[in-house]
Design a protein around this ligand. Sequence first.
Ligand SMILES: Cc1cc2nc3c(=O)[nH]c(=O)nc-3n(C[C@H](O)[C@H](O)[C@H](O)COP(=O)(O)OP(=O)(O)OC[C@H]3O[C@@H](n4cnc5c(N)ncnc54)[C@H](O)[C@@H]3O)c2cc1C
Length: 327
Amino acid sequence: MTTTPKPATDAVPGADITYPEVTINRYRPNDPCVGRLVRSEVCTASPKAASFCRHLEIDVSGTDLDGIVVPGQSIGVLAPGEDAKGRPHQVRLYSVCSPTRGEDGQGHVIATTVKRTIDEHWDNHTLFTGVASNFLCDLQEGDEVRLTGPSGKRFLLPSNPGDHDYLFFATGTGIAPFRGFVIDLLESDAKSEVCLVMGSPYASDLLYHDFFLELASKHDNFTYLTAMSREKQADGHDPMYVQGRLVTDRDRLMGLLKRERTLMYVCGIAGMEMGILQELARELPKSALEQYLRADAETISDIDGWSRKMLHRQIKTTKRVHLEVYA
Ligand SMILES: Cc1cc2nc3c(=O)[nH]c(=O)nc-3n(C[C@H](O)[C@H](O)[C@H](O)COP(=O)(O)OP(=O)(O)OC[C@H]3O[C@@H](n4cnc5c(N)ncnc54)[C@H](O)[C@@H]3O)c2cc1C
């Protein structure tokens, strides 16, 4: 009996993409390793930014994390002390922002980007300070930090990065993996086209802004766009979320998305992915849209009615879309 091969159009776009084998969970919360902070600096565009974000570099030499952590993965941090119930604080995850070679070129020093969680307490309006983010941002050079992980094996650059072009969307500390990805891509022989869209409330909150501007001035294949949600853009456009760039920079970004080799990555505040997918559904022709998401005709006809709970149910992303969002 002969079997008819499935038509190629039935295959999930991107199903053939492979990812490098990476180590996960080398260290678990009951048996962490110890790293040492070697650098801590503000990484917002302006010291007057409303948020407090720091670029932290941690020396992991002498541990098994040395040389194995890649951008797109996260490390776990165990803050000292106990929670309100007297139990040790649970692990918190932080995305790695260093390139594969590490900050030092040898893989001994990894980095992350941390935003202090600071708020008024919901119940009684006293000051609420998040445990791990403030522990990390308070660390002084030479201080020790207990680490777990690494975790994550899918939000990575593919095994053959030069076979693809890339559209990255980041909000806030969601920029972390893209810092590492962009360095890896621009330092490699790959001549991929790379476009990064970074979103923040105000220009003063943009992270690693001067660094990305400098890279864009040096590399023709790297485009850096910003989107401020609470003030006008430097180019005069009204306040916008990251997906607004799909409209204002339509020719460039739609041209990129229509290419068969393009991969899209989204990292940052939970919820941002829905706005991006809605804009794709509005702007892309059907044949190109199917490369990124699948939804039935009724769903597609009601884009404004989409909500987050429909994601992965009525609205399914393909393997050309990589999402990493957190609260
Ligand atoms: C895969 C992944 C990657 C991540 N990467 C990064 C990263 O690169 N950088 C980064 O900064 N963060 C990152 N995070 C988030 C990070 O793990 C922590 O959740 C964040 O730093 C807050 O942790 P915390 O210990 O400071 O706050 P916590 O002490 O855990 O407090 C935050 C929690 O307290 C509660 N809370 C918040 N506000 C209030 C309030 N006003 N009153 C009462 N309760 C409140 C909420 O339940 C909230 O979840 C990532 C998360 C994930 C899942």
